[in-house]
Design a protein. Structure first.
Length: 369
């Protein structure tokens, strides 16, 4: 058992409650693993006000300090990192303000810290500050990969890659969720240790003020129900759904007039709601208490992501629930293929969904004979 002292700097509450996503569950597992290994863990959590900590997680730690994060604090972090490229890659510096740096250094000094763990990309800008200590980085997303896939931002991709690579030079070890992220880091020139650590517990968090899923499933009826789940605050989820609803879903409705697409997840934007009303057949639900029953009840789960990075926890959750998932290659990245994970590019999504629905219908008719 190791008795080393670890400073765990995270951008969100591990296993927290409130406005959260799958990353907080992964963060909790990382922190619990450190504690189980006998590490003395001191947490500095730079979280937004719409989150609260998880008492069971806090109780594991030797100390747990929360500093509220705001947009103004993010701007301060970006301005502070200007000479390391923050104006090109602000996503890597939004938690690294002077106040937060001071707090991190104070915690390291007062607790005799031996090791540093950085959690979420927005904390990676801390790495150069601890150049005399071994720094590990939990890679939820490779930011350069995400930017290079965005139509409006891909032109700055090489500069983002350069900034991210520069920060990674101060990192001893990267912990990734799949081999594809390991390969991308190597292609970026990272020469440190890489540990592949697939998510162990894929679960949703307590988002608060959510709708009971039982009522949603009752509204499914006997028709065709497709389910998408994810935080609609994330651009990749919002814009991918906007594209699918505008350009793909009408074609599917022509073939299956009774089909409905259920969009589950917190923070849906007004533009999505208006588009859904105009196209028809789309139910924008918002946050639900537990999407798992909807995954099981759905005709198919759909993940039409056009860009993004990292392993998509939503896909793992759907598969774990026993659902059949139709996903673009981006949504299925880093996940082992199988009979219930069907991968199709954007242009083939409608044809693939139609084929699977037809096969399911034939199976049901055969069973009823």
């Amino acid at each position: 058992m190791s008795s080393s002292r670890v400073l765990f700097i995270t951008a969100f509450h591990p296993g927290g409650k409130g406005v959260i996503g799958a990353g907080e569950a992964i963060s909790e597992e990382s922190l619990r693993a450190l504690c189980a290994a006998g590490k003395q863990v001191h947490v500095l959590c730079l979280a937004p006000d719409n989150q609260v900590s998880n008492p069971s997680v806090v109780g594991l730690c030797h100390s747990y300090q929360t500093l509220p994060h705001s947009r103004m604090m993010a701007v301060q972090g970006v301005l502070h990192g200007i000479f390391r490229g923050s104006l090109v890659a602000p996503w890597l510096f939004s938690r690294v303000s002077k106040r937060n740096i001071k707090a991190a250094r104070k915690m390291a000094q007062q607790n005799g810290i031996d090791e540093v763990r950085l959690d979420f990309p927005s904390t990676l800008g801390f790495a150069p500050i601890f150049e005399k200590l071994p720094v590990d980085y939990y890679v939820h997303d490779v930011v350069a990969q995400k930017i290079e896939r965005r139509s409006l931002l891909h032109t700055i991709g090489p500069w983002v890659r350069r900034v991210e690579s520069g920060l990674l030079r101060f990192v001893r070890r990267c912990v990734v969720m799949a081999d594809k992220d390991s390969n991308f880091l190597r292609n970026m020139g990272y020469s440190g240790e890489i540990r592949v650590q697939p998510p162990v517990r894929v679960r949703v968090g307590d988002v608060g003020e959510s709708r009971p899923i039982a009522g949603i499933i009752e509204a499914f009826g006997k028709g065709i129900n497709l389910v998408f789940f994810g935080s609609m605050r994330r651009p990749e989820n919002h814009w991918s759904l906007m594209h699918f609803i505008a350009f793909r879903f009408p074609e599917l409705r022509k073939a299956y007039p009774d089909v409905r697409l259920w969009v589950l997840g917190l923070g849906p934007r007004l533009s999505l709601k208006l588009l859904a009303r105009w196209v028809g057949g789309v139910e924008v639900v918002g946050a639900v208490d537990d999407p798992t029953p909807a995954f099981r009840a759905a005709s198919l789960c759909l993940v039409p992501l056009r860009y993004g990075a990292g392993v998509k926890i939503k896909v793992l959750q759907m598969l774990e629930a026993g659902a059949t998932v139709v996903s673009t290659p981006v949504g299925a990245e880093g996940i082992a293929s199988g009979s219930r994970l069907v991968v199709a590019d954007d242009a083939q999504l409608v044809a693939t969904v139609s084929r699977l629905l037809k096969e399911r219908s034939n199976e049901q008719r055969g069973a009823n004979r």
